[in-house]
Design a binder for this molecule. Sequence first.
Ligand code: 13P
Ligand code: 13P
Ligand code: MG
Ligand code: MG
Length: 364
Amino acid sequence: MRTTISVIKADIGSLAGHVKVPRELLDVCGDSLSRALKRGIIKDFHVTSCGDDIDLIIAHNKGVDSSVVHELAWRIFRAAANLAKERHYYAAGQDLLVEAFSGNIRGMGPGIAEFEFQERPSEPIIVFACDKTSPSAFNLPFFKIFADPFNSAGLVIDPKLHGGFKFEVHDVKQAKRIFLGCPEELYDLLALIGVSSRYLIKRVFRKDGEIAAVVSTERLSQIAGRYVGKDDPVAIVRTQSGFPATGEALEAFVMPQLVPGWMRGSHRGPLMPVAQRDAHPTRFDGPPRAMALGFQVSDGKLLGPADLFDDVAFDESRRMALEISDYMRSHGPFEPHLLSPEELEYTTLPQVVERLKKRFEPIE
Ligand code: 13P
Ligand code: 13P
Ligand code: MG
Ligand code: MG
């Protein structure tokens, strides 16, 4: 049986600044998806949030890029944004950048990660959702999950993983893509994805072509032409039986790597793995959060979720993330806590610099 999982996310308004999605907005989404389920348009759904971002996790059989599913999500976000505007929630409609739906939700503001597969006899998946960072946050952990034998034991000891994985990498500057196989092109892969402000892992495939993972890589800033918030990403990973184990996928998030985002989308900070109940970034609007919900996909149904970072085993990562937060914060408005000029291009900083331009004079 072929099943499609679509995770579609948007920030359409939040409580007390960019902190948290109000319950009533999540209810608007849940009610609409319940109606779509009753009408047989989708097979199952789960609505959640990470910080100020709503995540619609939808199981259906309409394939990727389905205009029916995309339009459903678009209408839901519009309805929730209308309520957010009425209630004067913060940044109401933030991620809805165009007025009318035109066939595909990509390029319209919301982020989307989706894939279709033939359900295995048992089909565990993990939905990752982040707030206060960008899709580049998945480069390092996805490299670890699918190419680093020190992270994923299965690459060494499981014959089904031993052949390695193929990475689809997008050059977001040139709107081009390249496929690289690992382990054979491991150093080439790293040469690109280490420059995570430009090269993003979009998908990962097993060598037999089977889809393993997908990341939302919409670039809000490039769509809007001006800064409208970071494009807080989502991703989906298949685990076990021919894919990395659930615990191997989670292990890649133990180290709180430095990611761009945090306050005003302009600072580098540690990505902290948290339970959903702790996914409401407050300190300097952060630090950036990652949550992980585990599901069993069963005949198109989503059984779960299991809140996978809700485990004392991640306490030390969280503690380390807080220590790194103190250290990074102590840099104040200086790089490398502040992002590089190129990454700040779409923030409000250029307006400040513009005012000083005419006072610059040649050095004698
Ligand atoms: P079980 O033997 O508990 O199924 O675990 C197998 C496994 O792969 C754990 O990573
Ligand atoms: P979001 O991208 O999560 O809306 O946050 C924007 C921001 O400015 C945080 O300080
Ligand atoms: Mg916001
Ligand atoms: Mg956000």
